[in-house]
Design a protein around this ligand. Sequence first.
Ligand SMILES: [Zn+2]
Length: 101
Amino acid sequence: MNEYEELRKYIFKYYGEPLTEEEVKTWHKIIYESKKMKRKSINDSDKIKFYKETIDRVLREHKDLVFINRCSICNILARTPFSIRCRNGHKKDEGVWVDPL
Ligand SMILES: [Zn+2]
């Protein structure tokens, strides 16, 4: 999974609250269609556009709510807003990322 996909997962999983009704509907439709292997009513470029616009909007309009838990050593997004270990093994010690080695 690339960094953008990680961010997409992170935002939709932990910060779904600011999503509009319309965005939730579109999102559920994308997931439903991908699981059912149904004929897609939302094509890939619309899907990418939807995710990009939604993520941009949430980050812009809900700066106070969204905490991007990014490791300051490797600059990679942690799996959750509460993670104290990044995907490269760095640790957060009293709010500061440190290299345990
Ligand atoms: Zn790190």
